[in-house]
Design a protein. Structure first.
Length: 277
């Protein structure tokens, strides 16, 4: 049986922890065939992003066209894009393609600071979110996209519904830590579901969002339903975080243990609750 072909569109991380490097590891680990379209090349490590070189939009689109013309794709995920004009052009091409699309809206740095001008957020809202099968913001990115802050689970649930109203078919909002648990909120138009996992104390979290979204895209490409793809992706991400918990590969926020977490357990599945919309 041939592997599902999964395409990631995003930036290159020279440290190997995040971006397309994390995506390729994740897709391959789950049995998919990973393809990539680079939007930018970064000079970064576990401590800092020292430089970013954006690739010309024409070249990014050319990469996408050439891959799709020959290989095609069973699913696509987007990560670091960073420019409004490129978001608009990608949205047009992805609408023509028409398959499952996971949008990981990279808008803030690890300190929670916005990295891009307001036009980038506007382009996500108007052009890319309406194309998304699933959008996967963290709580800071959700605040940027909705224009409102949220601190409680009911407030974050309202944000998830607001993002759904922008056109995404489903929303997985990474709400963050509440007590000794990490909480994600899932909304696909009816009831907001709370997905909980034990909080892991570790500095090795760089690339966790990329890993989650790439794993979801791979599941969709392999024919899983969206809830099934999300649950498996959460299990894998949790296992990869646990595998690298004590690593000290660099001085800052290190990578996940993708290959060390290959034997992830179904027992890592998150508990599920619901919140009425």
């Amino acid at each position: 049986m041939e592997p599902a072909k999964v395409l990631t569109i995003g930036g290159s991380d020279s440290g190997g922890a995040a971006g397309v490097q994390a995506d390729i590891k994740t897709i391959t680990l789950l049995g998919g065939y990973a393809m990539s379209v680079l939007t930018a090349v970064t000079a970064q490590n576990s401590v800092t992003v020292a430089a970013v070189e954006f690739l010309a939009p024409e070249f990014v689109i050319r990469q996408l066209d050439v891959v799709l013309e020959d290989y095609g794709a069973a699913a696509i995920k987007t990560g670091f894009i960073g420019r409004a004009d490129l978001i608009e052009r990608l949205a047009e091409r992805l609408a023509e393609w028409g398959g499952p699309l996971v949008v990981d809206p990279v808008l803030v740095n690890h300190r929670g600071e916005s990295m891009f001008p307001p036009e980038v957020t506007a382009a996500y809202r108007a052009k890319l979110l309406p194309r998304a099968t699933l959008v996967t913001p963290n709580w800071v990115e959700a605040a940027v996209l909705t224009g409102r802050s949220a601190h409680t689970l009911p407030e974050l649930a309202d944000q998830a519904q607001q993002l759904h109203e922008l056109g995404a078919r489903a929303v997985l909002l990474k709400a963050g830590r509440f007590g000794d648990e990490q909480v994600d909120l899932y909304f696909a138009g009816q009831t907001v579901q709370e997905m909980r996992a034990p909080h892991l104390e570790t500095s090795n979290t760089h690339g966790s969002g990329d890993t989650l979204s790439a794993a979801i895209a791979t599941g969709l490409g392999q024919g899983l339903t969206l809830p099934q793809a999300i649950e498996r992706a959460q299990q894998l991400t949790q296992a990869a975080l646990l595998a690298a918990r004590e690593w000290k590969l660099g001085a800052g926020h290190g990578p996940l243990g993708h290959m060390s977490g290959v034997l992830y357990s179904g027992g890592m599945a998150r508990s599920r609750g619901s919140r009425k919309s």
